[in-house]
Design a protein around this ligand. Structure first.
Ligand code: SF4
Length: 367
């Protein structure tokens, strides 16, 4: 069997190599992190990009078995921000030099929703003088909808695959047409065709997930040539069907450990993509996001949703920063990031260098 140093010196990773690296002992871990840090320094430097996250509605037509805002969670107060509330958050991001915002919601269809998002994108462009990049994360939509939103001003789209194993995917979703692995794959293809910088991601430490699954997740992300990735530990939510399986999970510390290693390996495998240090990491460890930045992440998504709504957008439990005003969140993050030897790239869009490169290579030409 090859050792860690030997595997890291090879150009192509196979599933069994990745499994070995995920399982490597704590004594050898520094070799993985050293390599990812070298690659990060060379390809994306020590910058951290901010994406101001606006969770604008927790209405969702879906019923994913792990998610706290699933349709059948009747304990949850449902909300949708007004245009003015969204634009106030956008102005905050603009005035504080964030460079970029993310509009996220549960998955809704219907002409009213689609047209509203289009109108919002145009308004965001106006209030920010065209200087803010906008990412959308509104679930599975048709190619036509994705294209309409792209033409209205969205440049990036996040749609997590959650797991690349179709059987595992089926086990964490209801068994119906609305929750189809195949549809999720098609949507990722459509997003690329529509011209977006495409983001995806997975949950780490799901019930029944193996190291082989996680290795294949990394290879899947590479195979679809993602531009951006957000992945983090699965954290259970008590008002979901999967909560019953909580005693079968790796403990939270272990989920954090594997997540950091996954981030480091992804940085080694996909040198110039954007990788988010997700909030779920902080739910386990107060310094989880800083550790992710050291491991290879280069994006942070400070929550700028009005504080009074945040407790109603709990995809998982123990989500941090629920009661912090956006300005407190900003000050806290500035201080924390400086401790990692990185700096916040204010006023920069922070487009994925990978996306820029693939457009230059004409691999997926902008339509
Ligand atoms: S994971 Fe997304 S699509 Fe599934 S229930 Fe939650 S918000 Fe809806």
């Amino acid at each position: 069997m090859q050792g860690v140093a030997e595997i890291l010196s090879t150009k192509t990773f196979y599933p069994e190599n990745i499994v070995s690296l995920l399982k490597a002992s704590a004594d050898e871990e520094h070799l993985i992190f050293r390599k990812s840090a070298e690659i990060k320094e060379k390809y994306v430097q020590n910058k951290v990009y901010f994406r101001g996250l606006i969770e604008f509605s927790n209405l969702c037509r879906k019923n994913c078995n792990y998610c706290g805002i699933r349709r059948e969670n009747m304990k949850l107060l449902r909300y949708t921000l007004s245009d003015e509330e969204i634009l106030t958050a956008v102005r905050f991001a603009y005035e504080n030099h964030y460079g970029s915002v993310v509009l996220q919601s549960g998955e809704l269809r219907g002409r009213g929703f689609i047209n509203r998002v289009s109108r919002l994108l145009k308004k965001i462009n106006r209030v920010s003088d065209g200087k803010l990049r906008v990412t959308l994360s509104c679930g599975e939509q048709t190619y036509e909808t994705y294209r309409k939103w792209y033409e209205s001003g969205a440049a990036r789209y996040l749609l997590r695959i959650e797991t690349s194993n179709p059987q595992l995917y089926a086990s964490i979703h209801p068994n119906d047409q609305l929750h189809s692995f195949h549809t999720r794959l098609k949507c990722l293809e459509s997003l690329k065709k529509a011209g977006y910088q495409v983001g995806t991601g997975v949950m780490i430490g799901l019930p029944g997930q193996t190291y082989e699954d996680m290795a294949n997740d990394l290879l899947f992300i590479k195979q679809i040539d993602a531009d951006m990735v957000g992945m983090g530990p699965y954290i259970e939510h008590k008002d979901t069907p999967m909560y019953n399986l909580k005693d079968t999970l790796y403990n939270r510390k272990e989920r954090l450990r594997i997540s950091l290693r996954m981030i480091a390996l992804l940085r080694i495998m996909m040198k110039d993509i954007n990788i988010a240090a997700t909030t779920a990491l902080k739910a386990i460890d107060p310094f989880g996001r800083e550790k992710a930045i050291m491991a290879g992440a280069n994006v942070i998504m400070p929550n700028i949703t009005p504080a009074k709504y945040r407790e109603y957008y709990l995809l998982y439990e123990d989500k941090p920063c629920l009661d912090e005003a956006a300005i407190d969140c900003l000050q806290c993050l500035q201080m924390r990031i400086s401790t990692t030897g990185h700096y916040i790239a204010f006023d920069e869009w922070g487009d994925s260098a990978h996306y820029v490169r693939r457009c230059n290579d004409n691999k997926y030409p902008i339509p």
